[in-house]
Ligand binder design. Sequence first.
Ligand code: 3PG
Length: 406
Amino acid sequence: MEFPSLRDHNLEGKRILLRVDINSPIDPLSMEILDDLRIRGHLPTLQALEKSKVAIMAHQSRPGLEDFTTLEKHARRIEELSGRKVKYVDDVFGAAAREEISKLKDGEILVMENVRFCSEEVSDEVTSKPPVEQAKTNFVRKLASYVEFFVNDAFAVSHRSQPSVVAFPTVLPSCAGLLMEKEVANLSRVIESTERPKVFSFGGTKAGDSISVIKSLLDRGIADAVLTSGLVANIFLAARGVEIGAENMETLAKKKLDGQISKARELLEKHGERIVLPMDLAFQGDEGREEAPLADLPNRKALDIGVETIAQYSKVVREARVVVANGPCGVFESAPFALGTEELVRSIAQSKAFSVIGGGHLSAIAGSLKVAKSVSYISTGGKATLSFLAGEKLPGIEALQESQRR
Ligand code: 3PG
């Protein structure tokens, strides 16, 4: 995939608008940042821009959610991690932000307020328009006139068509940052590698998105085996006619995932031999973790895959040459039910395959098990990673490619 790179530009002394994705898990009580994986991901780009004047633009969460908050703490964390002085301005594109941008000296970094505080960034009326139209917003016009160059390092939000992601490349010389490049290179390697078998594991709660990716990977002949767990497994089990119990069916209905069962059924008919379903599941019993085989599932919420399944999945992962995992296998936050997810991450770390894990949960587990260094690549993307793997066009990347053609 071709797009302009930071390596091709000398940005020394230039005033840069840098879009990053530092959207992080936040403790709802203290509002402290719980995991700084995404912030650390941008350090190489900041290092590469050490002789530029850098104004950082980023978001945290979405309007209406409880972790929708200011970026002041993110700015402090960037300062700690980069070891450089970082200024913060509580303004997105108003006079205060523009004045701070114009005062920047070479080597200085400014973090501006959460870009989603700006209504033009999030209004459907704006985001439904093409990038050139989005560039006519006040927000883009005002900021663009204060900088000389746009660097997009925010792979994790590149699936969004929002002004901060897609509009600046239409009005400023632009390129991808080093994290953006690394994400695209590693995820492209997954898709393009000729090494087989290629194994994908999908769990977690974004089951609707996962089913679309699974369909695409199977239809395009990319996946040799898809290991299913969590809600994704429940959907496939229900599609195969396994009695998963009223409680698990209700959970699917509550999460509006029951409509996915017919899609899963079609996938099983077409690609059944490549879709691997659990053989047993784990539940909360009177004495703690209890397990049951598929033929004898209790009417209780499934909280993890069982040990037979864990052994089978580990074997498939060990034999893989390329392995990708997205989403935990169960309710890993509760120690007895972390077993499946931990064993999956351990077997990925032990495998000789080119391995990629995506989503914050698996990377946090790899960190706590101290095996993160044995995973070939940890993607900072959530939905963006899934969309990339599904072969979808990402507006943020398209905008960079388009800017190269102009
Ligand atoms: C993410 O967390 O996946 C990205 O930061 C994008 O966030 P969004 O889904 O709120 O656009």
